[in-house]
Write a protein that binds this ligand. Structure first.
Ligand SMILES: NC(=O)c1ccc[n+]([C@@H]2O[C@H](COP(=O)([O-])OP(=O)(O)OC[C@H]3O[C@@H](n4cnc5c(N)ncnc54)[C@H](OP(=O)(O)O)[C@@H]3O)[C@@H](O)[C@H]2O)c1
Length: 296
């Protein structure tokens, strides 16, 4: 069995590592420089059933990339390219699987690593960092993988071991469309909740009805222009279901702003703006500038 190497040992990366290890699948964590010399041999994982367990994985650093067999990249969108470019000796036949939110990064990775099989994934698992090397799995969801380049098409079989560990994983030849669907939801929920300092569920308060409607229309129109066929009514239903399902959560963009961390706004709302062409997207644009003004 190929060893999974996870680049981005954060909330989602450690959660995937714990779920893969629980199925006896080999996993290593590719750590950032700041962990050199003081990496715990294990991290604490809090499962959905509240069970705590210590998970030990094999640590690697950037100069040890020559031994990487299969790379799952789970950093934030803006960290993906610098993290990949810091690797030394990554074999050209190692598949790279991008699992971040937001879009626009895969094209840059494809240009920087033209020989590697490139895949993208979309996951609706939820995870939170509760402390240094303490990660909580907050929600089980679906995970989809699909090819970004020709080489990626030969890796549909990776879905099976992932499905065993994650509960669900499936292959889609049209991963771009699934990424667009997720991006559309994020482009509505994330900037609105971040700018108004609210939980996701508060978007259903009457005071947000107009802005929610206009923003949904703008985002839907841009994705329709990109060839997506979901109707506006279908998109609204899906959006409302996600808002209800995650009503008590703070979105990742809200949390990033609250902790004064950079956000993924450039790869979410920025992506919508850069593909709007002549479509009017005033609410999107205003929220983009507001998140930037707030430090994101
Ligand atoms: N958390 C969720 O529930 C969830 C669900 C679905 C999708 N996502 C998406 O998944 C991605 C990761 O999210 P997350 O919540 O797991 O973020 P996170 O907790 O911030 O994890 C990112 C990790 O990447 C590491 N990293 C950054 N640059 C690196 C480098 N050059 N080398 C090695 N490691 C590096 C960071 O390490 P340092 O701390 O040392 O910088 C951090 O541990 C995001 O795009 C997010 O939107 C998250």
């Amino acid at each position: 069995m190929r060893e999974w190497t996870i680049l981005g040992a954060g909330a989602l990366g450690c959660t995937f590592a714990a779920l893969l290890k629980a199925q006896q699948q080999p996993v290593s964590l590719l750590l950032s420089e700041r962990h050199r010399g003081h990496f715990h041999p294990a991290f604490e994982f809090i499962a959905l059933n509240e069970r705590h367990r210590l998970v030990s994985t094999h640590p690697r650093f950037a100069e040890q990339a020559a031994g990487v067999e299969c790379l799952l990249v789970m950093t934030k969108a803006y960290q993906v390219l610098p993290a990949l470019q810091s690797l030394r000796g990554l074999p050209a036949d190692t598949p790279i699987i991008l699992l971040h939110n937001g879009m626009g990064v895969a094209d840059e990775v494809a240009r920087a690593f033209p020989h590697n099989p490139l895949l993208a994934g979309v996951t609706s698992h939820g995870a939170l960092k509760e402390g240094p090397w303490q990660v909580r799995h907050t929600g089980k969801g679906e995970t989809w993988l699909g090819p970004v380049n020709e080489g990626g098409k030969a890796f549909a079989h990776l879905q099976a071991p992932l499905a065993r560990a994650l509960g669900h994983a499936a292959w889609s030849e049209d991963i771009l469309s699934l990424q667009h669907r997720k991006l559309a939801i994020n482009a509505v929920i994330n900037p609105l909740t971040a700018c108004h300092h609210i939980r996701n569920g508060q978007l259903h308060e009457p005071r947000f009805a107009d802005v929610l409607e206009q923003l949904s229309e703008e985002v839907h129109a841009v994705l329709a222009q990109l060839g997506e066929t979901e109707t506006l009514a279908q998109f609204r239903r899906r959006l409302n279901a996600v808002i209800e399902l995650t009503a008590t959560n703070y979105s990742s963009m809200h949390q990033d702003l609250a902790h004064r961390r950079p956000t993924e706004i450039d790869h979410i709302t920025g992506y919508v703006l850069s593909h709007a062409g002549k479509l009017p997207v005033p609410v999107c644009r205003q929220l983009y500038h507001e998140v930037k003004r707030l430090g994101g």
